[in-house]
Design a protein around this ligand. Structure first.
Ligand code: NAD
Length: 491
Protein backbone atom coordinates (compact mmCIF):
# COMPACT_ATOMS: atom_id res chain seq x y z
CA UNK A 1 0.00 0.00 0.00
CA UNK A 2 1.48 3.38 -1.01
CA UNK A 3 1.98 6.23 1.46
CA UNK A 4 -0.64 8.28 -0.40
CA UNK A 5 -3.17 5.44 -0.22
CA UNK A 6 -2.57 5.11 3.53
CA UNK A 7 -3.03 8.81 4.14
CA UNK A 8 -6.29 8.90 2.19
CA UNK A 9 -7.63 5.81 3.98
CA UNK A 10 -6.76 7.31 7.33
CA UNK A 11 -8.51 10.57 6.41
CA UNK A 12 -11.57 8.63 5.29
CA UNK A 13 -11.70 6.61 8.50
CA UNK A 14 -11.37 9.82 10.51
CA UNK A 15 -14.19 11.38 8.47
CA UNK A 16 -16.37 8.34 9.03
CA UNK A 17 -16.13 8.74 12.80
CA UNK A 18 -18.18 11.91 12.25
CA UNK A 19 -15.82 14.11 14.22
CA UNK A 20 -15.44 16.73 11.48
CA UNK A 21 -19.18 17.38 11.39
CA UNK A 22 -20.15 19.27 14.58
CA UNK A 23 -20.00 23.02 14.05
CA UNK A 24 -17.99 23.52 17.26
CA UNK A 25 -15.33 21.20 15.89
CA UNK A 26 -15.17 23.02 12.55
CA UNK A 27 -14.91 26.37 14.35
CA UNK A 28 -12.15 25.04 16.55
CA UNK A 29 -10.13 23.87 13.52
CA UNK A 30 -10.69 27.16 11.70
CA UNK A 31 -9.48 29.11 14.70
CA UNK A 32 -6.43 26.84 14.94
CA UNK A 33 -5.69 27.62 11.31
CA UNK A 34 -5.83 31.29 12.22
CA UNK A 35 -3.39 30.70 15.10
CA UNK A 36 -1.10 28.87 12.72
CA UNK A 37 -0.99 31.91 10.43
CA UNK A 38 -0.46 34.46 13.18
CA UNK A 39 2.08 32.43 15.19
CA UNK A 40 4.04 31.19 12.18
CA UNK A 41 4.11 34.40 10.16
CA UNK A 42 7.89 34.45 10.12
CA UNK A 43 8.24 30.82 8.98
CA UNK A 44 5.71 31.46 6.23
CA UNK A 45 7.40 34.70 5.12
CA UNK A 46 10.86 33.14 5.08
CA UNK A 47 9.64 30.22 2.98
CA UNK A 48 7.92 32.50 0.45
CA UNK A 49 11.02 34.67 0.34
CA UNK A 50 13.12 31.62 -0.58
CA UNK A 51 10.56 30.45 -3.12
CA UNK A 52 9.69 33.73 -4.83
CA UNK A 53 11.95 36.41 -3.34
CA UNK A 54 8.94 38.11 -1.81
CA UNK A 55 9.32 40.55 1.10
CA UNK A 56 7.71 39.82 4.48
CA UNK A 57 5.14 42.60 4.07
CA UNK A 58 4.27 41.53 0.53
CA UNK A 59 3.68 37.98 1.75
CA UNK A 60 1.33 39.27 4.41
CA UNK A 61 -0.43 41.57 1.93
CA UNK A 62 -0.85 39.09 -0.90
CA UNK A 63 -0.89 35.69 0.81
CA UNK A 64 -2.06 35.64 4.38
CA UNK A 65 -4.22 38.76 4.79
CA UNK A 66 -6.90 37.44 2.45
CA UNK A 67 -6.66 34.04 4.09
CA UNK A 68 -7.19 35.53 7.53
CA UNK A 69 -10.19 37.47 6.18
CA UNK A 70 -11.68 34.28 4.76
CA UNK A 71 -11.23 32.43 8.04
CA UNK A 72 -12.79 35.26 10.08
CA UNK A 73 -15.73 35.32 7.69
CA UNK A 74 -16.20 31.54 7.91
CA UNK A 75 -16.06 31.64 11.71
CA UNK A 76 -18.64 34.46 11.82
CA UNK A 77 -21.01 32.97 9.27
CA UNK A 78 -20.65 29.22 9.72
CA UNK A 79 -23.85 28.78 11.71
CA UNK A 80 -25.78 30.63 9.02
CA UNK A 81 -24.10 28.80 6.10
CA UNK A 82 -24.63 25.38 7.62
CA UNK A 83 -28.26 25.96 8.62
CA UNK A 84 -31.17 24.49 6.65
CA UNK A 85 -32.19 26.88 3.85
CA UNK A 86 -35.98 26.97 3.41
CA UNK A 87 -37.08 27.24 -0.23
CA UNK A 88 -40.20 28.32 -2.06
CA UNK A 89 -42.97 25.74 -2.14
CA UNK A 90 -45.74 24.86 -4.53
CA UNK A 91 -49.35 24.47 -3.47
CA UNK A 92 -49.00 20.73 -3.01
CA UNK A 93 -46.19 21.10 -0.48
CA UNK A 94 -47.45 24.18 1.30
CA UNK A 95 -47.85 22.43 4.63
CA UNK A 96 -44.58 20.49 4.35
CA UNK A 97 -41.04 21.31 5.36
CA UNK A 98 -39.03 22.02 2.22
CA UNK A 99 -35.40 23.07 2.55
CA UNK A 100 -31.81 22.63 1.43
CA UNK A 101 -29.48 21.07 3.95
CA UNK A 102 -25.76 21.56 3.26
CA UNK A 103 -23.85 18.43 4.24
CA UNK A 104 -20.17 17.49 4.05
CA UNK A 105 -19.03 15.65 0.93
CA UNK A 106 -16.40 13.47 2.61
CA UNK A 107 -12.70 13.53 1.78
CA UNK A 108 -11.52 16.40 -0.42
CA UNK A 109 -8.19 16.49 -2.26
CA UNK A 110 -6.69 19.97 -2.50
CA UNK A 111 -3.88 20.34 -5.04
CA UNK A 112 -2.18 23.73 -4.78
CA UNK A 113 -0.05 25.76 -7.18
CA UNK A 114 3.25 27.53 -6.48
CA UNK A 115 2.60 31.16 -7.39
CA UNK A 116 0.78 32.08 -4.15
CA UNK A 117 1.63 28.83 -2.38
CA UNK A 118 -0.24 29.61 0.84
CA UNK A 119 -3.29 31.42 -0.46
CA UNK A 120 -4.22 28.96 -3.20
CA UNK A 121 -3.65 25.91 -0.98
CA UNK A 122 -5.11 27.00 2.34
CA UNK A 123 -8.03 29.05 1.04
CA UNK A 124 -9.81 25.97 -0.37
CA UNK A 125 -9.01 24.30 2.95
CA UNK A 126 -11.04 26.97 4.78
CA UNK A 127 -14.06 25.96 2.69
CA UNK A 128 -13.35 22.26 3.20
CA UNK A 129 -13.12 22.55 6.99
CA UNK A 130 -16.12 24.89 7.23
CA UNK A 131 -18.19 22.44 5.20
CA UNK A 132 -17.27 19.61 7.59
CA UNK A 133 -15.02 17.58 5.29
CA UNK A 134 -11.71 15.83 5.70
CA UNK A 135 -9.07 17.18 3.31
CA UNK A 136 -5.79 15.85 1.95
CA UNK A 137 -3.58 18.84 1.23
CA UNK A 138 -1.03 18.60 -1.58
CA UNK A 139 1.07 21.78 -1.84
CA UNK A 140 3.02 22.39 -5.05
CA UNK A 141 6.49 20.86 -5.09
CA UNK A 142 7.66 23.82 -7.18
CA UNK A 143 7.40 26.19 -4.18
CA UNK A 144 9.37 23.66 -2.16
CA UNK A 145 10.18 25.81 0.89
CA UNK A 146 6.54 26.67 1.47
CA UNK A 147 5.58 23.00 0.99
CA UNK A 148 8.11 21.94 3.60
CA UNK A 149 6.91 24.47 6.20
CA UNK A 150 3.31 23.45 5.51
CA UNK A 151 4.15 19.78 5.97
CA UNK A 152 6.10 20.36 9.19
CA UNK A 153 3.99 22.97 10.94
CA UNK A 154 0.37 22.60 9.87
CA UNK A 155 -0.08 19.24 11.69
CA UNK A 156 0.88 20.98 14.94
CA UNK A 157 -2.27 23.09 14.63
CA UNK A 158 -4.79 20.97 12.72
CA UNK A 159 -6.14 17.46 13.21
CA UNK A 160 -3.44 15.33 11.56
CA UNK A 161 -5.74 12.57 10.43
CA UNK A 162 -8.49 14.73 9.00
CA UNK A 163 -6.23 17.27 7.30
CA UNK A 164 -2.94 15.58 6.35
CA UNK A 165 -0.34 17.31 4.18
CA UNK A 166 1.23 15.19 1.44
CA UNK A 167 4.35 16.57 -0.21
CA UNK A 168 6.07 15.32 -3.33
CA UNK A 169 6.09 15.90 -7.05
CA UNK A 170 4.19 14.74 -10.08
CA UNK A 171 4.37 11.02 -9.23
CA UNK A 172 3.01 11.59 -5.70
CA UNK A 173 0.20 13.73 -7.11
CA UNK A 174 -0.57 11.04 -9.65
CA UNK A 175 -0.65 8.40 -6.93
CA UNK A 176 -3.04 10.58 -4.96
CA UNK A 177 -5.22 11.00 -8.03
CA UNK A 178 -5.62 7.22 -8.27
CA UNK A 179 -7.37 7.23 -4.88
CA UNK A 180 -11.05 7.78 -4.40
CA UNK A 181 -12.04 11.24 -3.19
CA UNK A 182 -15.39 12.96 -2.82
CA UNK A 183 -14.16 16.15 -4.43
CA UNK A 184 -10.92 17.32 -6.03
CA UNK A 185 -10.02 20.99 -5.82
CA UNK A 186 -7.16 21.70 -8.21
CA UNK A 187 -5.34 24.99 -8.83
CA UNK A 188 -2.84 25.10 -11.68
CA UNK A 189 -2.54 25.04 -15.44
CA UNK A 190 -5.16 23.77 -17.91
CA UNK A 191 -3.02 20.89 -19.23
CA UNK A 192 -2.73 19.27 -15.81
CA UNK A 193 -6.35 20.30 -15.15
CA UNK A 194 -7.39 17.89 -17.91
CA UNK A 195 -5.35 15.06 -16.32
CA UNK A 196 -6.99 15.77 -12.97
CA UNK A 197 -10.42 15.61 -14.55
CA UNK A 198 -9.59 12.35 -16.31
CA UNK A 199 -8.46 10.78 -13.05
CA UNK A 200 -11.55 12.11 -11.26
CA UNK A 201 -13.82 10.62 -13.93
CA UNK A 202 -12.64 7.15 -12.93
CA UNK A 203 -14.40 7.49 -9.57
CA UNK A 204 -17.07 9.96 -10.77
CA UNK A 205 -15.52 12.51 -8.44
CA UNK A 206 -16.61 16.12 -8.90
CA UNK A 207 -13.86 18.65 -9.51
CA UNK A 208 -13.17 22.31 -9.06
CA UNK A 209 -10.53 23.47 -11.52
CA UNK A 210 -9.02 26.86 -10.76
CA UNK A 211 -7.02 27.38 -13.93
CA UNK A 212 -5.46 30.33 -15.71
CA UNK A 213 -5.17 31.64 -19.25
CA UNK A 214 -4.66 34.95 -20.96
CA UNK A 215 -6.64 37.69 -19.22
CA UNK A 216 -7.09 40.65 -21.62
CA UNK A 217 -7.05 44.30 -20.63
CA UNK A 218 -8.76 46.81 -22.90
CA UNK A 219 -7.82 50.45 -22.37
CA UNK A 220 -10.24 52.93 -23.93
CA UNK A 221 -8.57 55.97 -25.51
CA UNK A 222 -10.84 58.32 -23.54
CA UNK A 223 -9.83 57.14 -20.10
CA UNK A 224 -7.46 58.73 -17.63
CA UNK A 225 -4.35 56.96 -18.84
CA UNK A 226 -2.27 58.02 -15.87
CA UNK A 227 -4.54 56.24 -13.41
CA UNK A 228 -5.33 53.32 -15.73
CA UNK A 229 -1.66 52.55 -16.45
CA UNK A 230 -0.74 52.85 -12.78
CA UNK A 231 -3.31 50.20 -11.87
CA UNK A 232 -2.32 47.99 -14.80
CA UNK A 233 1.38 48.24 -13.91
CA UNK A 234 0.62 47.12 -10.38
CA UNK A 235 -1.67 44.27 -11.49
CA UNK A 236 0.84 42.98 -14.02
CA UNK A 237 4.15 43.13 -12.19
CA UNK A 238 3.10 42.16 -8.68
CA UNK A 239 4.65 38.74 -7.90
CA UNK A 240 6.74 39.20 -11.06
CA UNK A 241 3.68 38.65 -13.25
CA UNK A 242 3.05 35.20 -11.78
CA UNK A 243 -0.58 35.86 -10.86
CA UNK A 244 -3.41 33.85 -12.38
CA UNK A 245 -5.55 36.97 -12.82
CA UNK A 246 -2.73 39.29 -13.93
CA UNK A 247 -3.62 41.29 -17.05
CA UNK A 248 -1.88 39.17 -19.68
CA UNK A 249 -1.92 41.73 -22.50
CA UNK A 250 -3.22 45.20 -23.33
CA UNK A 251 -5.56 46.02 -26.18
CA UNK A 252 -5.71 49.70 -27.16
CA UNK A 253 -5.96 52.00 -30.14
CA UNK A 254 -2.70 52.87 -31.97
CA UNK A 255 -3.14 56.55 -31.11
CA UNK A 256 -2.55 55.93 -27.38
CA UNK A 257 0.10 53.20 -27.56
CA UNK A 258 3.03 55.60 -27.00
CA UNK A 259 1.36 57.21 -24.00
CA UNK A 260 0.51 53.82 -22.51
CA UNK A 261 4.15 52.76 -22.87
CA UNK A 262 5.43 55.97 -21.28
CA UNK A 263 2.96 55.86 -18.39
CA UNK A 264 3.86 52.26 -17.62
CA UNK A 265 7.57 53.09 -17.84
CA UNK A 266 7.04 55.91 -15.33
CA UNK A 267 5.13 53.62 -12.95
CA UNK A 268 7.67 50.82 -13.16
CA UNK A 269 10.33 53.29 -12.12
CA UNK A 270 8.18 54.65 -9.31
CA UNK A 271 7.17 51.22 -7.98
CA UNK A 272 10.41 49.29 -8.47
CA UNK A 273 13.11 52.02 -8.78
CA UNK A 274 15.60 52.42 -11.66
CA UNK A 275 17.03 49.01 -10.81
CA UNK A 276 14.21 46.54 -9.94
CA UNK A 277 16.79 43.76 -9.59
CA UNK A 278 18.08 45.34 -6.41
CA UNK A 279 14.68 46.31 -5.07
CA UNK A 280 13.18 44.13 -2.34
CA UNK A 281 9.60 44.36 -3.62
CA UNK A 282 10.36 43.02 -7.06
CA UNK A 283 10.19 39.23 -7.22
CA UNK A 284 11.86 36.48 -9.19
CA UNK A 285 10.68 33.83 -11.63
CA UNK A 286 10.03 30.63 -9.69
CA UNK A 287 12.67 28.43 -11.42
CA UNK A 288 14.98 27.99 -14.40
CA UNK A 289 12.37 26.17 -16.46
CA UNK A 290 9.89 29.01 -16.19
CA UNK A 291 12.69 31.58 -16.65
CA UNK A 292 13.62 30.03 -20.01
CA UNK A 293 9.97 29.70 -21.00
CA UNK A 294 9.19 33.36 -20.27
CA UNK A 295 12.38 34.59 -21.96
CA UNK A 296 11.59 32.64 -25.10
CA UNK A 297 8.15 34.27 -25.27
CA UNK A 298 9.82 37.61 -26.04
CA UNK A 299 11.23 36.27 -29.33
CA UNK A 300 10.06 38.26 -32.34
CA UNK A 301 8.54 41.12 -30.31
CA UNK A 302 9.76 44.70 -29.91
CA UNK A 303 10.85 45.60 -26.39
CA UNK A 304 9.62 49.07 -25.42
CA UNK A 305 10.54 48.97 -21.72
CA UNK A 306 12.84 46.63 -19.76
CA UNK A 307 13.83 43.39 -21.43
CA UNK A 308 16.97 42.70 -19.42
CA UNK A 309 17.44 39.54 -17.38
CA UNK A 310 19.82 37.50 -15.25
CA UNK A 311 19.43 33.75 -15.56
CA UNK A 312 21.55 32.98 -12.49
CA UNK A 313 18.96 34.82 -10.35
CA UNK A 314 15.86 33.99 -12.42
CA UNK A 315 15.47 37.76 -12.81
CA UNK A 316 13.48 39.28 -15.66
CA UNK A 317 12.92 43.05 -15.60
CA UNK A 318 9.41 44.47 -15.84
CA UNK A 319 9.03 44.49 -19.60
CA UNK A 320 6.61 46.09 -22.05
CA UNK A 321 6.40 44.78 -25.63
CA UNK A 322 4.88 47.03 -28.29
CA UNK A 323 3.15 46.41 -31.65
CA UNK A 324 2.52 42.79 -30.78
CA UNK A 325 0.04 40.84 -32.90
CA UNK A 326 -2.24 37.90 -32.22
CA UNK A 327 0.27 35.70 -34.06
CA UNK A 328 3.31 36.74 -31.96
CA UNK A 329 4.91 34.02 -29.84
CA UNK A 330 4.01 35.83 -26.63
CA UNK A 331 0.33 35.52 -27.56
CA UNK A 332 0.37 31.72 -27.92
CA UNK A 333 0.23 30.85 -24.20
CA UNK A 334 -0.41 32.40 -20.79
CA UNK A 335 2.67 34.53 -20.07
CA UNK A 336 2.79 34.09 -16.28
CA UNK A 337 5.80 36.38 -16.04
CA UNK A 338 6.67 40.10 -16.19
CA UNK A 339 6.06 40.69 -19.92
CA UNK A 340 3.27 43.03 -20.93
CA UNK A 341 2.49 42.99 -24.66
CA UNK A 342 0.46 45.77 -26.26
CA UNK A 343 -1.72 44.87 -29.22
CA UNK A 344 -3.34 47.68 -31.14
CA UNK A 345 -6.96 47.44 -32.25
CA UNK A 346 -9.19 49.91 -34.05
CA UNK A 347 -11.55 50.28 -31.08
CA UNK A 348 -13.82 48.40 -28.72
CA UNK A 349 -15.47 46.40 -31.57
CA UNK A 350 -12.18 44.87 -32.63
CA UNK A 351 -11.16 44.37 -29.00
CA UNK A 352 -14.35 42.38 -28.34
CA UNK A 353 -13.79 40.35 -31.49
CA UNK A 354 -10.16 39.65 -30.51
CA UNK A 355 -11.25 38.46 -27.06
CA UNK A 356 -14.08 36.31 -28.38
CA UNK A 357 -11.83 34.56 -30.90
CA UNK A 358 -9.81 33.15 -28.00
CA UNK A 359 -10.42 30.92 -24.97
CA UNK A 360 -12.63 32.38 -22.24
CA UNK A 361 -10.28 34.12 -19.79
CA UNK A 362 -10.20 33.98 -16.01
CA UNK A 363 -10.46 37.77 -15.76
CA UNK A 364 -11.25 40.52 -18.22
CA UNK A 365 -10.22 44.10 -17.54
CA UNK A 366 -11.67 47.16 -19.17
CA UNK A 367 -10.62 50.73 -18.48
CA UNK A 368 -13.06 53.38 -19.62
CA UNK A 369 -14.98 56.37 -18.26
CA UNK A 370 -17.93 55.29 -20.42
CA UNK A 371 -20.37 53.14 -18.50
CA UNK A 372 -22.14 52.12 -21.71
CA UNK A 373 -18.89 50.80 -23.18
CA UNK A 374 -18.22 48.79 -20.01
CA UNK A 375 -21.75 47.30 -20.10
CA UNK A 376 -21.26 46.44 -23.75
CA UNK A 377 -18.06 44.53 -23.00
CA UNK A 378 -19.90 42.69 -20.22
CA UNK A 379 -22.79 41.84 -22.54
CA UNK A 380 -20.71 40.72 -25.52
CA UNK A 381 -17.91 38.69 -23.92
CA UNK A 382 -17.50 35.96 -21.32
CA UNK A 383 -14.88 35.44 -18.61
CA UNK A 384 -14.53 34.14 -15.06
CA UNK A 385 -14.78 37.72 -13.81
CA UNK A 386 -14.94 41.21 -15.24
CA UNK A 387 -13.34 44.14 -13.51
CA UNK A 388 -13.69 47.68 -14.82
CA UNK A 389 -11.12 50.37 -14.10
CA UNK A 390 -8.88 48.32 -11.85
CA UNK A 391 -6.95 45.05 -11.70
CA UNK A 392 -7.02 42.01 -9.39
CA UNK A 393 -9.10 43.50 -6.57
CA UNK A 394 -12.27 41.55 -7.34
CA UNK A 395 -10.32 38.72 -5.67
CA UNK A 396 -10.70 40.49 -2.31
CA UNK A 397 -14.51 40.43 -2.30
CA UNK A 398 -15.54 37.22 -0.59
CA UNK A 399 -19.12 37.63 -1.79
CA UNK A 400 -18.01 37.30 -5.42
CA UNK A 401 -17.52 33.73 -6.65
CA UNK A 402 -13.90 33.25 -7.74
CA UNK A 403 -13.36 30.85 -10.62
CA UNK A 404 -13.10 30.44 -14.35
CA UNK A 405 -15.32 29.50 -17.24
CA UNK A 406 -14.45 27.23 -20.16
CA UNK A 407 -10.69 26.90 -20.48
CA UNK A 408 -10.07 29.05 -17.38
CA UNK A 409 -11.73 26.52 -15.11
CA UNK A 410 -14.91 25.30 -13.49
CA UNK A 411 -16.39 25.74 -10.06
CA UNK A 412 -15.87 28.61 -7.67
CA UNK A 413 -14.83 29.52 -4.15
CA UNK A 414 -14.27 32.33 -1.62
CA UNK A 415 -16.65 33.01 1.24
CA UNK A 416 -19.89 31.10 1.12
CA UNK A 417 -19.14 30.02 -2.45
CA UNK A 418 -16.26 27.91 -1.09
CA UNK A 419 -18.48 26.44 1.59
CA UNK A 420 -21.18 25.58 -0.95
CA UNK A 421 -18.69 24.22 -3.46
CA UNK A 422 -17.40 21.70 -0.95
CA UNK A 423 -20.82 20.81 0.46
CA UNK A 424 -23.54 18.65 -0.95
CA UNK A 425 -26.64 20.84 -1.10
CA UNK A 426 -29.13 18.19 -0.16
CA UNK A 427 -32.79 18.58 -1.04
CA UNK A 428 -35.04 17.77 1.90
CA UNK A 429 -38.82 17.45 1.83
CA UNK A 430 -40.55 16.35 4.98
CA UNK A 431 -44.22 15.46 4.52
CA UNK A 432 -46.75 14.14 6.94
CA UNK A 433 -48.80 11.05 6.48
CA UNK A 434 -52.12 12.92 6.66
CA UNK A 435 -53.93 14.79 3.85
CA UNK A 436 -53.77 11.72 1.61
CA UNK A 437 -56.81 13.03 -0.27
CA UNK A 438 -54.70 15.73 -1.93
CA UNK A 439 -52.64 13.01 -3.59
CA UNK A 440 -55.54 11.47 -5.50
CA UNK A 441 -54.88 13.63 -8.54
CA UNK A 442 -51.57 11.78 -9.12
CA UNK A 443 -52.90 8.25 -8.72
CA UNK A 444 -54.40 6.27 -11.62
CA UNK A 445 -56.73 6.50 -13.38
CA UNK A 446 -55.29 9.70 -14.90
CA UNK A 447 -58.51 11.46 -15.84
CA UNK A 448 -58.70 14.85 -17.53
CA UNK A 449 -60.19 16.34 -14.36
CA UNK A 450 -57.31 15.12 -12.22
CA UNK A 451 -54.87 16.51 -14.76
CA UNK A 452 -56.44 19.94 -14.68
CA UNK A 453 -56.26 20.00 -10.87
CA UNK A 454 -52.64 18.87 -11.04
CA UNK A 455 -51.93 21.76 -13.40
CA UNK A 456 -53.51 24.16 -10.96
CA UNK A 457 -51.64 22.85 -7.90
CA UNK A 458 -48.26 22.38 -9.52
CA UNK A 459 -48.01 25.43 -11.72
CA UNK A 460 -49.11 28.00 -9.18
CA UNK A 461 -45.98 29.25 -7.42
CA UNK A 462 -46.34 30.19 -3.79
CA UNK A 463 -44.54 33.44 -3.26
CA UNK A 464 -46.25 35.08 -0.36
CA UNK A 465 -45.30 36.48 2.98
CA UNK A 466 -45.12 34.05 5.86
CA UNK A 467 -48.34 35.12 7.54
CA UNK A 468 -50.38 35.10 4.39
CA UNK A 469 -48.93 31.70 3.65
CA UNK A 470 -50.09 30.36 6.97
CA UNK A 471 -53.63 31.68 6.41
CA UNK A 472 -53.72 30.34 2.88
CA UNK A 473 -52.39 27.01 4.02
CA UNK A 474 -55.51 26.35 6.05
CA UNK A 475 -57.71 27.55 3.20
CA UNK A 476 -56.07 25.27 0.64
CA UNK A 477 -56.22 22.30 2.95
CA UNK A 478 -60.00 22.77 3.20
CA UNK A 479 -60.25 23.38 -0.54
CA UNK A 480 -58.20 20.28 -1.34
CA UNK A 481 -60.33 18.15 0.95
CA UNK A 482 -63.45 19.55 -0.67
CA UNK A 483 -62.18 18.88 -4.19
CA UNK A 484 -61.28 15.36 -3.30
CA UNK A 485 -64.62 14.66 -1.73
CA UNK A 486 -66.71 16.40 -4.35
CA UNK A 487 -64.98 15.62 -7.65
CA UNK A 488 -62.07 13.19 -7.69
CA UNK A 489 -63.50 10.33 -5.72
CA UNK A 490 -66.59 10.45 -7.94
CA UNK A 491 -64.73 10.94 -11.28
P1 NAD B 1 2.32 23.58 -10.51
O1 NAD B 1 3.41 23.25 -11.45
O2 NAD B 1 2.63 23.84 -9.08
O3 NAD B 1 1.24 22.46 -10.63
C1 NAD B 1 0.11 22.45 -9.77
C2 NAD B 1 -0.01 21.09 -9.12
O4 NAD B 1 -0.21 20.12 -10.12
C3 NAD B 1 1.20 20.66 -8.30
O5 NAD B 1 0.76 20.29 -7.01
C4 NAD B 1 1.77 19.49 -9.05
O6 NAD B 1 2.24 18.46 -8.21
C5 NAD B 1 0.61 18.98 -9.87
N1 NAD B 1 1.03 18.41 -11.14
C6 NAD B 1 1.92 18.93 -12.03
N2 NAD B 1 2.04 18.12 -13.10
C7 NAD B 1 1.23 17.06 -12.89
C8 NAD B 1 0.91 15.88 -13.62
N3 NAD B 1 1.46 15.63 -14.81
N4 NAD B 1 0.01 15.03 -13.08
C9 NAD B 1 -0.56 15.28 -11.89
N5 NAD B 1 -0.27 16.37 -11.15
C10 NAD B 1 0.59 17.24 -11.63
O7 NAD B 1 1.54 24.89 -10.96
P2 NAD B 1 1.33 25.47 -12.40
O8 NAD B 1 0.38 24.64 -13.15
O9 NAD B 1 2.60 25.88 -13.04
O10 NAD B 1 0.58 26.81 -11.91
C11 NAD B 1 0.46 27.90 -12.73
C12 NAD B 1 -0.90 27.89 -13.40
O11 NAD B 1 -1.90 27.91 -12.40
C13 NAD B 1 -1.16 29.11 -14.24
O12 NAD B 1 -1.84 28.71 -15.39
C14 NAD B 1 -2.06 29.96 -13.37
O13 NAD B 1 -2.86 30.86 -14.09
C15 NAD B 1 -2.84 28.93 -12.66
N6 NAD B 1 -3.35 29.42 -11.38
C16 NAD B 1 -4.68 29.56 -11.25
C17 NAD B 1 -5.19 30.08 -10.07
C18 NAD B 1 -6.66 30.27 -9.90
O14 NAD B 1 -7.07 30.53 -8.78
N7 NAD B 1 -7.46 30.14 -10.93
C19 NAD B 1 -4.33 30.41 -9.03
C20 NAD B 1 -2.99 30.21 -9.19
C21 NAD B 1 -2.49 29.70 -10.38
Amino acid sequence: MSREQLVVERARRAFQTGKSKPLEYRLHQLKSLLHFISERRTDIAQAVNKDLNKSKNATELFETLGLEGEIHLAVDKLTQWAAPRPVEKNLLTISDEVYIQPEPLGVVLIIGAWNYPWAVTLQPLVGAIAAGNAAVIKPSEVSSHSAKVMEELLPIYLDKELYPVVTGGVSETQELLKQRFDHIFYTGNSTVGKLVMQAAAHHLTPVTLELGGKSPCFIDKDCDLTVACRRVTWGKFVNCGQTCIAPDYILCEPSIQNRVVEEIRKNIKEFYTEDPKKFEDYGRIINQRHFKRVMSLMEGSTVAVGGDSDQSECYIAPTVLRDVTGESKVMQEEIFGPLLPIITVSGVDEAIQFINEREKPLALYVFSPDNKLIRRVIAETSSGALLANDCLVHFTISALPFGGVGNSGMGRYHGQHGFDQLSHLRSCLIKKLNMEGTNDMRYPPHTAKKLSWARFFLLKPVNLGRLRRMALLAMFAVLAAFIVQRFLRSG
